[in-house]
Design a protein around this ligand. Structure first.
Ligand SMILES: C[S@@+](CC[C@H](N)C(=O)[O-])C[C@H]1O[C@@H](n2cnc3c(N)ncnc32)[C@H](O)[C@@H]1O
Length: 195
């Protein structure tokens, strides 16, 4: 097995059975959703890099609308489907085992694009570029991304992230990425520490 593939498999194994595979918080997600005022009655929703479905379950339950749940891990999608069945929501979940960076969906067909802790896999700029064409007119994207919160980053931290995620940026740099990818930034919110 290739080294990279081994690493991915180890990461999947590590996260199986967990509610989430990355940072996030249901109460905070509900707060963010409460800020969104303009969505159609039955929004077309996508959860990119859905993992075991923390976002997908919340969104399908809240909007009673179908969620396209995209992940390239069969194991996580299986967990998602089991959870959706337990909650009686499986009819609202469309599992899509695919690379979220190369979806051949019709342009302008997503009203709410959601992605927690997954965009970095494409780099934040790469994710925005891949997803912007999918956004419907007046569509809303909620994407979480790790950022530096300060311009005075200690050297040891810089060295670590230079190796782990070389394109890690500050909030203002990422805001610029979003604007130059054709998004309009409506807000930047920091996840609570406990998330
Ligand atoms: C940190 S986890 C977050 C999962 C979920 N959104 C959550 O918050 O619990 C990132 C997810 O992205 C998926 N992923 C990574 N790269 C991907 C790609 N190119 N296409 C589809 N899924 C991908 C992983 O399998 C994993 O489930």
């Amino acid at each position: 097995m290739e080294e990279h593939e081994k690493h991915i498999q180890a990461l999947i194994k590590l996260h199986l059975g967990m509610e989430r595979q990355g940072p996030g918080d249901t109460n905070y997600s509900n707060y963010i959703l409460s800020l969104i005022k303009e969505l159609p009655a039955n929004p077309r929703i996508a959860d990119m890099g859905c993992g075991a479905g923390a976002g997908t379950i919340l969104l399908s339950d809240r909007f009673k609308s179908k969620v396209r749940a995209v992940d390239f891990s069969r194991e996580f999608l299986n967990e998602l489907i089991n959870r959706a069945k337990q909650r009686g929501l499986e009819h609202l979940v469309e599992e899509i085992e695919s690379n979220m960076g190369s979806l051949d969906w019709k342009p302008e067909t997503i009203d709410l694009l959601w992605s927690e802790g997954a965009a970095y896999n494409l780099t934040f700029a790469g994710a925005l570029k891949a997803w912007r064409p999918l956004m419907a007119a007046n569509g809303i994207a909620v994407i979480s991304e790790m950022n530096y919160f300060t311009s005075e980053v200690p050297e040891s931290v810089q060295v670590y992230w230079q190796n782990a995620y070389p394109t890690i940026s500050s909030e203002s740099e990422n805001s610029n990425h979003a604007n130059s990818s054709g998004f309009e930034v409506l807000g930047i919110h920091r996840l609570p520490s406990k998330a």
